[in-house]
Design a protein around this ligand. Sequence first.
Ligand SMILES: Nc1nc2c(ncn2[C@@H]2O[C@H](COP(=O)(O)OP(=O)(O)O)[C@@H](OP(=O)(O)OP(=O)(O)O)[C@H]2O)c(=O)[nH]1
Ligand SMILES: [Mn+2]
Length: 175
Amino acid sequence: MASVDFMKALQFAAYKHSKQRRKDPDSTPYVNHLINVATILAEAGIKDEGVLIAAILHDVVEDTDTTIQEVEQLFGTDVSSLVLEVTDDKSLEKSERKRLQIVNARNTTKRAKLIKLADKLDNLRDLRKTTPCGWTEERRDQYFEWAKLVVDNLRGTNAIMEEKLDQIFAERSLV
Ligand SMILES: Nc1nc2c(ncn2[C@@H]2O[C@H](COP(=O)(O)OP(=O)(O)O)[C@@H](OP(=O)(O)OP(=O)(O)O)[C@H]2O)c(=O)[nH]1
Ligand SMILES: [Mn+2]
């Protein structure tokens, strides 16, 4: 059964991301991505509550006005440190952020790696269906190639998610 803390995280994230939409043609509410990431983890056998809560909150600092301090006050240090580990530094150039994701993936804690794998899996599932609004085919292809490099540095973490990611990479002949 879902805990009070998990439901509070979902409520908080739904509120904070309420004005955001995904970049797909249907402009799916952003919160669907957060629910998908937590669902992927649950289906991969993850019962660690801190990981599931941090999955719900994984984009709240990167993509809303929420600070990491606010996450810490509301959800504690365990969750906030996980969220921090999966948050890109938006003050850096995009190319640098993307490079750092590849490099830093290896040194991330195992629990943060789980969230990163689930995040990439959901984003790649979306990309497999449609090209995000405003993206060229080339940008979509580059995302697959970049995601493969990140995932390669997250391996040995969860066989179920890695298998699903490998299927997607194989479909696109990225091996
Ligand atoms: N595939 C896909 N992605 C979408 C869609 N709508 C929003 N996004 C978000 O866009 C991000 C990927 O786009 P990029 O252009 O590479 O990254 P940027 O947001 O940092 O500029 C992902 O951020 P993220 O979750 O923080 O992950 P990451 O890719 O930065 O690791 C993803 O969640 C969509 O319809 N499809
Ligand atoms: Mn995400």
